[in-house]
Each structure stands twice: as C-alpha cells, then as structure tokens.
Design a protein around this ligand. Structure first.
Ligand SMILES: O=C(O)CCC(=O)C(=O)O
Ligand SMILES: [Fe+2]
Length: 306
C-alpha cells in the first residue's frame, strides 16, 4: 500500500518505536523520587545530522572571541587560580552594570583557559517546523505538555570537554518556575567517554545517536532534589552533541519565548557569551544568546526584568 498523505504526516511526528523505553533503576540506595528513562531511536539519523550541521554552522558564524561572564567574583578567582595565573581581580574588573569582563581580558582568559567550555546554541518553539515535530513526539512518548517546555538547546563538547556535577533545578529554591523534567537527546555517538552520570543514584548512560534520556529533577510536590545531580563526563575520544529541552513545574509568560537581548555589556553583533556558573556546581559554557543573568540590575531586582 502506498502511504497516504495522512501516513506521511504522522510519520514525521511519531518515531517508529523499535525498542520500548526502559527505566534505568537506581544502583544505589536512595529515597529520591528521581527516575531515569531511556528511549532508543527517538530521533532519526537525518534529524541528528541536520541539528549538528545547524549548530556547527551557527557556532562558526559567531567568530569574534567571546565575552566571558561569571556568576561571582569568587568564580572568576577560582578560574584564574586553576590556570595557575597570579593576578588579583576585584568586582571593578567587571564591566559596569554586568558580571562580564571586557573584550581584552576575555581574550586573555580564553587563552589561559584554552577555551575549556562546551558550546550551546538555542532555537525556540515555533522557530522551526522541527520544534513542533519534536514537541509532539515528546508529548506522545513521555506525556509532557509542549506548553510547559522551554527553548531547545543544542550543546557540543569537543574532545576533552565535560560539565561538572550540577542540578538542572535550583536547590533550595522556592520558585516553582523551575525545571521539573529534563529531556536529553544524544545527536552523536561518542567514541570514548561523554557519559551522563547520576552519582547519587549509581546510574549512567552512554551517548548513542538518536537516544533520549529523560528524568525528573524535582519531587512530585515541586522540590528540587539533590539526588538529581548529574555530570557530563569528559569526552575522551571524539566529540559529543546533545539536544536538551527542559519542562517546567509551573509555566510562566516568557517560557519558550526568545528573550529580548539585554542592553549590556556592549558587544559586537557576532560576539558570543561564555558563562561560567558557580565554581563547584557548574562549568563554563559558550552561548549564542545573551542572558539577563550577567546584569547586576537583574539580580538586584530579584530577576524580574524579563
Ligand atoms: O551532556 C550531558 O550528558 C548532560 C548535559 C546537562 O546536564 C545539561 O546541559 O544540563
Ligand atoms: Fe544538566
């Protein structure tokens, strides 16, 4: 039978489920509510390759050295001491009104740090047909409401790169506008390393092209769980690409909408941002879009500017 228009339409949305999803059971005793599921062949090879291509060409296009931003002066100091430099910095080294250093200091840090970061680019719901396709596929397979999902973030890790242990939600946070579920899709195989590991649960997953890994970060009553902490292990050989979409416990107006670019710091149009989060529970990551987190005003006004 020839496929009808209806079939073709449906095929785009539904993955051909070859293997049923499996739950990765806790290998360590834990009273955590976090559950981790694995769906193989969730994305097709063509979808993965298309996303990688789009990501790579976008990263390449933003070819000015990035501006580096830090969550605090303490984090900047830790990075400086990590690269065995003996210079002292004060909050005055941040460009006025921001937590970013100027272009020449950024370039100096980039050299010292040997660009030790992963690269993230984002697209937002409605910006491509693919966003609709994948939202729907996630809804069908995992029961997650597309309206409670945020942006789609593609991240690449060149060989040698990793991301430290962290939670995707805010520990101790009271705001329920937080990431309750993470849907991570591996866009590439990795020759060696790059596993996603949950040290408190004794669970780890190996990157596999097209595979999706889904877990909850918050308990059913909306508390961010310490035991949801996870790590992107170092890519020992090859490179790693992932697509992530976070789903939120409570939805809010700006969720899933591209935020307006912040006015500061001054920058070139093709200049990306590297954001280095809390030293012990974060890593540096290159972003194609600017976030309000780098603005001091934003923190002072309790993050209400957007
Ligand atoms: O790359 C991974 O395996 C994990 C990525 C991650 O945890 C994140 O981007 O929040
Ligand atoms: Fe994460």
């Amino acid at each position: 039978m020839l496929p009808t228009r209806k079939h073709l339409h449906r095929k785009k949305y539904f993955r051909r489920q070859k293997d049923p999803p499996i739950e990765l059971l806790h290998q360590k005793k834990s009273n955590s509510s976090v559950r981790v599921f694995l769906f193989d062949e969730f994305l097709s090879k063509q979808e993965c390759d298309g996303l990688i291509k789009a990501h790579d060409s976008h990263v390449k296009a933003l070819n000015k050295p990035p501006i580096l931003c830090f969550d605090s002066i303490a984090t900047l100091r830790r990075h400086i001491s990590d690269v065995k430099q003996n210079i002292s910095v004060t909050p005055n080294d941040f460009t006025k009104g921001t937590k970013c250093v100027n272009a020449s200091f950024s370039l100096q840090l980039q050299t010292w740090m040997n660009s030790n970061w992963s690269f993230s680019t984002a697209f937002y719901p409605g910006e491509s047909t693919f966003s609709k396709v994948i939202s729907y596929r996630i809804k069908e397979a995992m029961g997650l409401d597309p309206a409670s999902g945020g942006k789609f973030q593609i991240t690449s890790y060149p060989e040698g790169k990793a991301y430290k242990e962290h939670t995707d939600c805010t520990l101790g946070g009271v705001d329920k506008r937080d990431r309750v579920v993470s849907v991570l899709m591996y866009l590439s195989d990795v020759e060696d390393g790059g596993e996603t590991a949950f040290p408190y649960l004794g669970i780890w997953a190996k990157p596999k092209k097209g595979r999706a890994l889904v877990w909850n970060n918050m308990s059913p009553d909306g508390v961010c769980e310490e035991h949801s902490k996870h790590i992107a292990s170092v890519v020992k050989k090859g490179s790693k690409y992932i697509l992530i979409r976070w789903y939120y416990y409570k939805t809010f107006y700006s969720l899933g909408k591209r935020p307006p670019p912040p006015p500061l710091p001054e920058r070139e149009p093709d200049q990306a941002m590297v954001s280095c989060d809390e030293y012990n529970s974060g890593s540096c990551r290159w972003y194609d879009e600017w976030s309000y987190d780098s603005l001091l005003d934003y923190e002072k006004n309790k993050r209400t500017l957007v």
